[in-house]
Design a protein. Structure first.
Length: 121
C-alpha cells in the first residue's frame, strides 16, 4: 500500500513532471513538482513534509548537488535520475546521499520499484 508521504519530483522539463505525477498518482502517491532551483528551494524550505524526492539532473547545473546536500541533511531520501550512465554521476550521487541513481529512459514499474522502499524508511 502506498505511503501518504509526499514525493517531490524535480525536473526542468514540465512534461516529464506531468508524466511522473500521473504515474505516481495512479499508484496512490501524492506529488509536488519543481522545475527550477528556486522552486526546489521553496519546497525544501516549506513546512510541508517531503517523504522522498526524485531529482532529474537534466538541465540543471552543479548547484543541484547543493540541494541534494540539503535533502540529505533533512534526512529526506532521494533518487537521482541521470540522462546517461556515468560513473562520475553515480559517485557524486552516492557521495551526496542519493539512495540510488537511475538512468533514463525509465519504465513506470522500474520507478515504482525504487520509490516504494524509499517511503518505507
Amino acid at each position: 500500500m502506498p505511503s501518504t508521504a509526499l514525493i517531490l519530483t524535480v525536473d526542468t522539463n514540465r512534461r516529464n513532471l506531468e508524466l511522473l505525477g500521473q504515474h505516481l498518482g495512479q499508484a496512490g502517491y501524492e506529488t509536488r513538482a519543481a522545475s527550477s532551483l528556486d522552486e526546489f528551494d521553496r519546497f525544501i524550505d516549506s513546512l510541508e513534509t517531503i517523504g522522498a524526492a526524485l531529482i532529474d539532473l537534466s538541465g540543471f547545473d552543479q548547484r543541484i548537488w547543493d540541494r541534494c546536500d540539503r535533502l540529505r541533511s533533512a534526512r529526506v531520501p532521494f533518487i537521482v535520475v541521470a540522462p546517461q550512465r556515468s560513473p562520475s554521476i553515480q559517485r557524486e550521487g552516492m557521495r551526496r546521499g542519493a539512495s540510488g541513481v537511475l538512468v533514463k529512459p525509465l519504465g513506470a514499474q522500474e520507478l515504482l520499484d525504487f520509490v516504494r522502499p524509499l517511503l518505507a524508511r
